[in-house]
Design a protein around this ligand. Structure first.
Ligand SMILES: NC(=O)C1=CN([C@@H]2O[C@H](COP(=O)(O)OP(=O)(O)OC[C@H]3O[C@@H](n4cnc5c(N)ncnc54)[C@H](OP(=O)(O)O)[C@@H]3O)[C@@H](O)[C@H]2O)C=CC1
Ligand SMILES: O=C(O)CCC(=O)C(=O)O
Length: 459
């Protein structure tokens, strides 16, 4: 299996690239964003890696399998554009509050920038930079014609009224409007955003640019959204797990046990679909608590309970447990589906699962990843596992461009196909080249992005 830009392709690349691209690194072009992963200081364990350094560590590891010149590596690691804005909001109490917001456009070699918008108090530029990069590799692994971007506002939406949240979302669109576009950069939901926020974005953008349903995906189904998009990330995660179990000869979902961290859009849909397929979801958590039942939680009842009471841990069909113990509950498959950086070198040895299916973005630090490899725990990487969301966003975008609507069955069948095909591509690299699934996914993505960039040229 050819991993590098070997003879033919390399010759082509050299032909298309300005000769200077292939030489030694020019002075003054060294990394601005810790491009090569951890610094010497971090390697000595004196500081924790940032999110973007962790992401770049995984990319650099994959690049070791590809004979790419240094400047091309820099191009692949550096975001193309970073926008930081301050949003002022007149609060309901008459005071003015300000919020930092970001949009990072990482790469558009394969198509328009694409990626979600996160509203979370921990959002910062480094976090968004890392998430934008992951989007580039995710759209490439899924082989959908988009690049990668991500946005975020540093805010806890629970502190705002619905009116305040709507105004903040509209102000975000006003601030980012020059860099958004149906063929330019297309936002979508991420943590603490969903169909309601996407409807506001669609409306605000349309005020300035005319009817533009394709400007954002994840919209309500009755407002140019796609059937199946809400469940797509969770459903895709289940397809990913099913394919891995099959490939490893471990059977199917039925009677396997699952632990899920995060019970929002992704976690609760994954739980629901696993439950429908006979899986036993033995413990789940949200930001406030966790609940467990070794015989399997009744997920439809748990979802109804959460919707009615806004309190997961008070569910009568399970026992309350400390959320910090969730990751070490014994299970076949652990599904982190909340924030990043939760599986670390401090807790990786405590995990008692056979598989980690990364529904969240960036849940595992590089050190923890190393420990899991040594322990023989298979990691289904985020850039594949949660790729069902953006794949379905692509389906929504296509429907919007055609002003047409597909049935949910059609959408789910297409989703299954892209999840299966992407799995086969990375499983082949994993088995033939004996590299971890994460490295295989990054190698596949790097090859696809580089091929597009090189053939488009650099002028
Ligand atoms: N939505 C999508 O289509 C996609 C999402 N993802 C990724 O999936 C992950 C989840 O996103 P999504 O489901 O949309 O987000 P949601 O906001 O819908 O849900 C997030 C869930 O995580 C919980 N949570 C937050 N912080 C913690 C914590 N410290 N410990 C345990 N649970 C916590 C939240 O709890 P609470 O409600 O109590 O705050 C909530 O249950 C993110 O990493 C996101 O980037 C990836 C691809 C697509
Ligand atoms: O649906 C999309 O366009 C992107 C979703 C997202 O933000 C992600 O996959 O992390």
């Amino acid at each position: 299996m050819a991993l590098s830009l070997r003879k033919g392709a390399q010759g082509l690349a050299r032909q298309l690239l300005p000769a200077a691209c292939w030489g030694a690194q020019a002075a003054g072009t060294e990394a601005q964003h810790s491009l090569s992963g951890p610094s010497k200081q971090q390697q000595r364990g004196m500081a924790k890696m940032s999110h973007s350094e962790a992401t770049n560590t995984f990319i650099v590891e994959a690049l070791e399998h590809l004979e790419y010149p240094k400047r091309l590596r820099k191009l692949l690691l550096t975001p193309e554009r970073e926008v930081a804005v301050e949003l002022a909001l007149l609060r309901d109490n008459g005071e003015v509050a300000t919020f930092n917001a970001y949009r990072v456009q990482h790469d558009n070699s394969r198509g328009p920038y694409k990626g979600g918008l996160r509203f979370h108090p921990q959002v910062d530029l480094d976090d968004v930079r890392s998430l934008a990069s992951l989007m580039t590799w995710k759209t490439a692994v899924m082989d959908i014609p988009f690049g990668g971007a991500k946005g975020g506002v540093t805010v806890d939406p629970k502190d705002l009224s619905e009116r305040e949240l709507e105004i903040l979302t509209r102000k975000l669109v006003q601030a980012l409007r020059p860099i958004l576009g149906t063929y330019e950069d297309i936002p979508a939901p991420d943590m603490n955003t969903g169909a309601r926020e996407m409807a506001w974005i669609f409306d605000e953008y349309t005020k300035f640019s005319g009817f533009s349903p394709g400007i954002v995906t994840g919209k309500p189904v009755w407002l140019h959204g796609s059937l199946g998009r809400e469940a797509a990330t969770g459903r895709g995660t289940v397809f990913a797990i099913r394919e891995l179990l099959k490939a490893q000869g471990l059977g199917d979902i039925r009677n396997k046990s699952f632990v899920i961290q995060g019970f929002g859009n992704v976690g609760s849909w994954a739980a629901q679909i696993l439950y429908e397929q006979g899986g036993r979801v033995v413990a789940v958590s949200d930001a406030y608590g966790a609940v467990a039942n070794e015989h399997g939680l009744e997920i439809p009842e748990l979802r109804a309970h959460l919707a009615a009471n806004h309190n997961l841990a008070s569910f009568p069909g399970g026992v309350v447990m400390p959320p910090e113990n969730l990751l070490s509950v014994p299970c076949d498959v652990l599904i982190p589906a909340a924030i990043g950086g939760v599986i670390t070198e401090d807790n990786a040895n405590d995990l008692q699962c056979k598989i980690v299916a990364e529904a969240a973005n960036g849940p595992t630090t590089p050190d923890a990843d190393h420990i899991l490899r040594q322990r023989g725990i298979t990691v289904l990487p985020d850039i594949y596992t949660n790729g069902g969301g953006v794949s379905c966003s692509f389906f929504e975008w296509v429907q919007n461009l055609q002003n047409f609507k597909w049935t949910e069955e059609e959408v789910n069948a297409k989703l299954e196909r892209v999840m299966v095909e992407a799995f086969q591509a990375i499983w082949e690299l994993h088995t033939e080249d004996k590299i971890p699934l994460r490295t295989a996914a990054f190698v596949k993505a790097l090859q696809r992005v580089t091929r597009a960039r090189v053939h488009r040229g650099f002028d």
